[in-house]
Design a binder for this molecule. Structure first.
Ligand code: SUG
Length: 430
């Protein structure tokens, strides 16, 4: 059974505004000059690598930015240029939110429960409300529109709207599925945060996790808390310290508050359960967070499993030494390490796993996905040329009040939609 990965194409407004408290990379790089063109090319290169590994690959589109709807809802008015300028003079942080290209991190687009796990035998997706951070909360409506277009076939898919904003939900980044094989019924692990009194917010509310599982009709669930220490070390999502594929859990020793209980349950519930765990004594939480070792995409390939890692993991000697040992150990299926340059996204705290929404599908369900969201080598070539032509080379966060940048980003998006044959009206919330 194939796994489709939908990567977020990095939008033309990608910038470093430092909007995410608790995301150490994003706050450390606040104010730096970004390179949207290089960022999008790095992402497309990753998508090509996945295709070449034999995996179906698709994309989700950048959202329309700047989001002037957010600014008008906040009481600014005037024609588009005036609106941007006056809002920027008065509230540059709000304007930075309206520009955010954060929809690129599609692990936060939705939670996905494959058909094998659900009561009605369909694939269920719940759009994440991303309620904890204002720049991310604005994504939900456009994500719903896109997913309803891509997964319109009701015989195979149910796309649920976001949960009420009172309960933060950040999608697949806090969800793992373990199953002996992709097509076998799996155990879905919902990881939530608490971190009462901590410096950084927990973004996934336990009630949201339960609601998603309930809506999807997931038959076998585990609910487990993130370790507060991991959140305080910068693991604002579980996928910064853990990732699962098939029967394998690849995680840091300090990822989970109730580690022993979780591991015992998985060992009982998942035939062939295999833990590949980095001991804190060898790889500290700080190393895990700065290298994004566990934000690797762990995927099934011909000879076992492959990890798609960010270059930062190779550059940390402790992390790389441990990874070499993992690769040599015959006791686990991780055979290939692929290192990718995703520096632009990484500087905003988004690694290989953040950039993709994975959906395990039968061949029939895959054939029912709107093909405009799917990629092949030729389409990737065309998208690379399009990005080279239309995406801004650099954005200084100081430029976010400049209406010319707005024109450039709008032209880039229009070129993208034309290339993919998708009309703006089709993306409206349905
Ligand atoms: O929500 N960064 C994103 C990164 C999301 C990573 N996703 C996963 N772990 N799955 C976030 O913190 C930074 C944008 C800024 O500061 O301008 C940002 O939103």
């Amino acid at each position: 059974m194939p796994e489709l990965n939908l990567d977020g194409l990095v939008g033309p407004s990608h910038n470093y505004a430092g909007l995410s408290l608790g995301n150490l990379a994003a706050t450390a790089n606040a104010g730096a000059v970004s390179s949207p063109r290089a960022a999008a090319l790095q992402g497309l290169t990753k998508m090509r690598r996945m295709l070449r590994l034999g995996l179906p690959q698709g994309l989700l589109l950048p959202h329309d930015r700047p989001n002037l709807g957010l600014l008008t809802a906040m009481g600014f008015d005037g024609d588009d240029r005036q609106l941007l300028c006056s809002a920027h003079r008065e509230d540059p942080v709000l304007v930075a939110a309206a520009w955010s290209a954060s929809a690129m991190w599609t692990a936060n687009a939705a939670t996905v429960s494959p058909a094998a796990d659900t009561a009605d035998g369909r694939t269920h997706l719940t759009v994440a409300n991303l309620a904890t951070m204002p720049h991310r909360a604005q994504e939900a409506a456009a994500t719903l529109g896109q997913l309803r277009l891509a997964f319109a076939d009701r015989r195979h898919f149910v796309v649920h709207p976001p949960l009420p904003a009172s309960f933060g939900d950040e999608g697949a980044a806090n969800h793992m599925r373990l199953a002996t094989r992709h097509e076998a019924p799996g155990v879905e692990v919902f990881v939530y945060g608490v971190n009462e009194g901590g410096r950084f917010p927990a973004r996934q509310h336990p009630r949201a996790s339960r609601a998603v599982a309930r809506r999807h009709g997931v038959r076998r669930t585990v609910f487990t808390p993130q370790a507060d220490a991991a959140i305080e070390a910068g693991a604002f999502h579980n996928d910064v310290v853990a990732v699962a594929n098939g029967p394998v859990l690849f995680a840091h020793e300090q990822a989970f508050a109730e580690r022993e209980r979780l591991l015992a349950e998985l060992a009982r519930e998942v035939p062939g359960f295999t833990l590949v765990e980095a001991p804190a004594a060898e790889v500290s939480l700080a190393d895990a967070v700065s290298s994004y070792l566990f934000n690797a995409a762990l995927v099934t390939v011909d000879d076992g499993m492959a990890l798609i890692l960010p270059r930062e993991a190779e550059e940390n000697p402790r992390v790389w030494r441990w990874l070499q040992r993992v690769q040599q150990d015959a006791g686990n299926p991780i055979r290939q390490l692929h290192v990718m340059d995703l520096r632009q996204s990484m500087r905003n705290g988004g690694g290989p796993a953040c950039l993709r929404l994975r959906i395990q599908l039968s061949e029939a369900a895959l054939a029912a996905v709107d093909p405009r969201f799917l990629l092949d080598e030729g389409k990737l070539d065309r998208l690379m040329r399009l990005v080279e032509r239309w995406w801004p080379e650099a954005i200084d966060p100081e430029d976010l009040g400049n209406p010319n940048l707005m024109d450039q980003c709008r032209a880039a998006r229009a070129a993208l939609l034309a290339e993919l044959g998708i009309a703006e009206a089709e993306l409206g919330q349905r």
